[in-house]
Design a protein around this ligand. Structure first.
Ligand SMILES: [Zn+2]
Length: 332
């Protein structure tokens, strides 16, 4: 099945892909309109006039308006996926569904974003990013705030529960890694998996270093969790995976195998650099990505730390403190 056929097939089952613009490097975000009872929208796009215009137009193409929406499902906590939720909630009586552990985070958007920035700054310091860069990145992050919004979740979802619509049931699957709140929606009758940013065809999904949703300050091993989640998704007998960006995935097992192999290769590359001499995560990121480690500092840092976690779990690498900064060295 080609990706065009996959979209056509989804359409025939009442699931329409809406492609909403974002100001971010990732480009458009995929939202999904499910024509069922309740009339359902999966993700909203970011909080901008342009995104709102497009959402309205694309809903109108299917004969609907924002006020008609009865349920909005949020797949995860990232602002490119949920920024319009406040506008939608003010214009419709839609219920808002999201995984239960994300409810408080979503309700206190400003506080959550401040705490996320704080958490990111302390990690960047620890992993060797210079202080002036950390300040600069913080103001970049603040400038993105307006694209998000707070969301009042009226329908918290538990992992494993079934979300019942008139014509279909969607099994809720909490699969953290890309973010702590990543949630997949599995329609086993139709073998369609709505996967958001958990699995994307054209780019590997970044397991971002994230503050835990339970408020503790223990850093979760994002890549380790992500790989566990991917292995579970590999077992799902999906025919079509509908992602949060780009084209549908029609062979998720092959794509997941490719991703797992890529991460293993990247871990070995990092191991070779660490065995050569002890380095900070930031130095490792610069070795692998050059200047991109500066322009995309947090992203590349997340990549490095995720892979070093794999090596530390295998006892091949250990962390050595040097003042406020930590370096990684080989254990033998
Ligand atoms: Zn995301």
């Amino acid at each position: 099945m080609t990706s065009a056929e996959a979209l056509e097939h989804a359409r025939a089952e009442g699931i329409h892909q809406l492609r909403i613009p974002t100001p971010f490097a990732v480009g458009r975000v995929n939202c999904y309109l499910i024509e069922d009872d309740p009339l359902t929208l999966v993700d909203t796009g970011p909080n901008s006039g342009k995104a709102l215009d497009e959402l309205e137009h694309q809903l109108a193409d299917h004969g609907h308006a924002i006020d008609d929406l009865e349920l909005v499902i949020l797949t995860h906590q990232h602002i490119d996926h949920l920024g319009l939720i406040e506008v939608i909630q003010s214009r419709s009586s839609a219920d808002v569904a999201a995984i239960d552990i994300a409810v408080d985070h979503l309700a206190g958007y400003q506080e959550s974003a401040d705490a996320d920035d704080e958490f990111a700054a302390s990690l960047m310091l620890r992993y060797g990013i210079p202080q002036d860069m950390i300040f600069a990145l913080r103001s970049v992050s603040r400038s993105f705030r307006g694209w998000g919004a707070h969301a009042t979740v009226s329908r918290p979802l538990a992992d494993g529960e079934s979300l019942e619509l008139r014509d279909r049931a969607l099994e809720v699957q909490h699969r953290p890694g890309h973010s702590p709140s990543d949630t997949l929606f599995w329609d086993s009758d139709r073998r369609i998996l709505i996967a958001a940013d958990h699995l994307i065809a054209h780019i590997s999904s970044n397991p971002l270093l994230s503050r835990p949703l339970d408020g503790s300050d223990e850093r979760p091993q994002a890549l380790v969790r992500y790989l566990e989640s991917l292995r579970r998704t590999r077992e799902v007998p999906a025919e079509i995976v509908l992602p949060g960006h780009g084209e549908p995935v029609t062979d998720h097992v092959a794509l997941i195998d490719e991703r797992i192999a890529m991460h293993a290769r990247r871990a070995e590359k990092l191991y070779a650099l660490i065995a050569d001499r002890p380095r900070t995560a930031y130095e490792l990121a610069q070795e692998l990505w050059g200047n991109v480690a500066v322009t995309q500092a947090f992203l590349t840092l997340s990549e490095v730390v995720g892979h070093v976690d794999l090596l530390m779990n295998e006892d091949r690498v250990r962390e050595v403190a040097d003042g406020e900064v930590v370096r990684f060295e080989a254990t033998e």
